[in-house]
Design a protein around this ligand. Structure first.
Ligand SMILES: NC(=O)c1ccc[n+]([C@@H]2O[C@H](COP(=O)([O-])OP(=O)(O)OC[C@H]3O[C@@H](n4cnc5c(N)ncnc54)[C@H](OP(=O)(O)O)[C@@H]3O)[C@@H](O)[C@H]2O)c1
Length: 317
């Protein structure tokens, strides 16, 4: 099939393009800059240069590509460090998830695209339970409200879109190559004990290796059902109180410093304390059952170890 990947150079875009090519698809991938077009070409795909917030540019790129399927992997999170002001850090990503989704969906309809698959997130968005049918958090900390609204907007627009098959993939927290989660900077922060364990560390995180996210996305082209949402996470959601000390051990650091929740609120904000202490896990049962997909990295434990040893070997070389 002919696949248009919007956001082909990102943390999931790159392994996705590689997986699509390996599966025999022909791929057009977008980037905003001519400089990154070479990355797309090297992967065996055709580059298209367009900003997702520029409606005429996106329309022209989609009409020229004539794809059967569009996959939207656009976020604008590279270089984001100030998570204290979360909604501010996510402002352009939120625009991509609202306006950008509208522009891409309109272009898709005009081009007669059959299927539209969009990236969403399930890292901290759920109320206590965690299957796709359960509601997202209706009352998030104030600092997350606009970001959650944008996620909700994207999901509604895609799954209810007329004249095409809309599917949403709620990825868990990414780790793997080109992700911030296990980047050299993050590893250094953990080594220096600058990533504290806040409160009881009871927040449940659901991780996904970016290669597994890519594989699930390829599976959704063939086997996803129109109008459905799938959680794409590994098999072992874990409390921060478990994965953060395990990561510290992996990188040869002493256990993380413990900080009481009240102090965390003061320095990091209610929303980050909530991510460390309250967020809920997500289940991948539906994706396993309906997409015929299973993660090659079923647990962050072996996935983290693999990535950290790769990064250490690379650093030493
Ligand atoms: N589920 C998750 O945990 C999750 C999800 C997303 C990102 N992240 C994290 O966020 C960090 C950055 O992610 P990333 O490396 O994927 O980079 P990113 O800056 O979020 O970019 C992702 C893709 O979107 C494209 N893009 C960005 N702004 C655009 C715009 N206005 N119009 C069109 N395309 C646009 C980028 O293309 P160009 O830059 O080539 O133009 C790139 O292909 C990583 O640490 C990643 O792990 C995590």
């Amino acid at each position: 099939m002919r696949i248009f990947v919007a956001g082909a150079t990102g943390a999931v875009g790159r392994p996705l393009v590689a997986a699509l090519i390996a599966a025999g698809h022909s791929v057009v991938g977008t980037t905003r800059t001519a400089a990154k077009a070479a990355i797309i070409r090297r992967m065996g795909a055709e580059p298209a240069i367009a900003d997702g917030l520029d409606a005429p540019a996106i329309r022209a790129a989609v009409l020229a590509a004539k794809p059967d399927v569009i996959i939207d992997e656009m976020t604008d999170l590279a270089g984001v460090t100030d998570l204290r002001h979360f909604d501010r850090a996510f402002a352009t990503t939120n625009r991509l998830r609202t306006q950008g989704t509208d522009f891409l969906l309109a272009a898709a309809r005009e081009a007669g695209v059959k299927r539209f698959i969009a990236q969403s997130f399930c890292g901290w968005t759920y109320e206590p339970i965690k299957a796709e049918a359960d509601p997202l958090d209706l009352d998030p900390p104030e600092e997350l409200r606009r970001t959650l609204d944008a996620i909700q907007y994207l999901e509604d627009a895609v799954t209810s879109s007329a004249n095409l098959e809309g599917i949403v993939l709620r990825y868990g927290s990414f780790y793997g190559p080109d992700t911030g989660m296990l980047s050299r900077a993050m590893i250094e922060q953990v080594r220096r004990r600058r990533v504290p364990l806040i409160g009881g560390g009871g927040g449940m995180w659901s991780f996904i290796h970016v290669d597994d996210a890519a594989a699930a996305t390829v599976a959704a082209i063939e086997r996803g059902t129109s109008g459905e949402i799938y959680n794409i996470v590994d098999d072992e959601p874990a409390p921060v109180g478990e994965w953060l000390p395990a990561l510290a051990t992996l990188v040869g650091a002493r256990p993380p410093i413990r900080v009481p929740a009240w102090l965390g609120r003061l320095f990091a904000g209610e929303h980050l304390v909530s991510m460390m202490t309250e967020v809920q896990a997500s289940s991948n049962a539906k994706a396993r059952r309906e997409l015929g997909w299973q993660p090659a990295h079923p647990s962050w434990r072996q996935g983290f170890a693999e990535v950290v040893s790769g990064a250490t070997a690379q650093h030493a070389a």
